[in-house]
Design a binder for this molecule. Structure first.
Ligand code: AMP
Length: 218
C-alpha cells in the first residue's frame, strides 16, 4: 500500500501518519523528519536544508527527490510506505510518478487533511518537539507527562524554529502557492480523498481509516 498524506503545516499529518504506519504496517516517510535529523547531525544535507527550513521556504526539489529515491529503495519500503510532507510541489509529484512507474507500482490513495487556517495557527503555537529525539508533543492534546521533558528520552522540549509566528505565515503562503495545487493534480487521477482534519485525533483518524480501507479494497 502506497499512501500520501497531504495538508498544511499543523494539520496533524505527523501524528496521524504514526498511527497509520502502526496499524497498516508500512513505514512513515517524513521528509521534514529526515531533514531535521540531518540538521541535528550537522551533515552536508542538513546544513544545506536548514537555511531553507528556518525561513519557512521549501528545500529544492532535486535534493528532496534524491532523498526519496534512496529512502524508497530500502528493504522496509518494499511493500509500501506512507509519505508525510512529500510531495510538496507539482515537480516533486511528477518526479515521484517517474520513480514509481520505473518500479511498476502506483499510489493507492492521497489523503488531503483539510483544516481551517485558524486551527492550524493555534495548533502550531502549542507544538513542542524533543531537542534530542524529535518526538512531537502538543501542550493541550498530547501533553508530556513531565513538564518540558520528552516522555520517550527525557530530552528538553523546545519550539521548532519554523513554528514561530512570522515563519508560520511564510509556510502557509508557500503551502497555498506550491502545495495546495497537488489536490487538483491527484483529484484528476481520482485518488484524492478529502478528509475533515478538524476535531479530536481519534475522530480524524477514524475518517482517515475509512478512506484508506475504501481506497485499497478491490
Ligand atoms: P514539515 O516537518 O513537513 O513541516 O517540514 C519542515 C520543513 O522542511 C519545510 O518547511 C521545508 O523547509 C522542509 N521540507 C520538508 N519536506 C519538504 C519537501 N517535500 N519539499 C521541500 N521542502 C521540504
Amino acid at each position: 500500500m502506497r499512501l500520501v498524506l497531504l495538508g498544511p503545516p499543523g494539520a496533524g499529518k505527523g501524528t496521524q501518519a504514526e498511527r497509520i504506519s502502526r496499524e497498516f504496517g508500512i513505514p512513515k516517510i517524513s521528509t521534514g523528519d529526515i531533514l531535521r535529523e540531518a540538521a541535528r547531525n550537522g551533515s552536508e544535507l542538513g546544513l544545506k536544508a536548514k537555511g531553507y527550513m528556518d525561513k519557512g521556504d521549501l528545500v529544492p526539489d532535486d535534493v528532496i527527490l534524491g532523498l526519496i529515491e534512496e529512502r524508497i529503495s530500502s528493504d522496509d519500503a518494499a511493500n509500501g510506505f506512507l509519505f508525510d510532507g512529500f510531495p510538496r510541489t507539482i515537480a516533486q509529484a511528477e518526479g515521484l510518478d517517474r520513480m514509481l512507474s520505473s518500479r511498476g507500482v502506483t499510489l493507492d490513495v492521497v489523503i488531503s487533511l483539510d483544516v481551517t487556517e485558524e486551527n492550524v495557527i493555534e495548533r502550531l503555537s502549542r507544538r513542542y518537539v524533543c531537542s534530542e529525539c524529535g518526538r512531537v508533543f502538543n501542550l493541550v492534546t498530547k501533553a508530556p507527562a513531565r513538564k518540558g521533558l520528552c516522555d520517550a528520552c527525557g530530552g528538553k522540549l523546545i519550539q521548532r524554529e519554523d513554528d514561530r509566528r512570522e515563519t508560520v505565515a511564510e509556510r502557509l503562503r508557500v503551502y497555498n502557492e506550491q502545495t495546495d495545487p497537488l489536490r487538483g493534480f491527484y483529484r484528476q487521477r481520482s485518488i484524492l480523498a478529502a478528509v475533515d482534519g478538524n476535531g479530536t485525533l481519534e475522530e480524524v483518524y477514524g475518517r482517515i481509516r475509512r478512506e484508506i480501507t475504501r481506497g485499497i479494497s478491490p
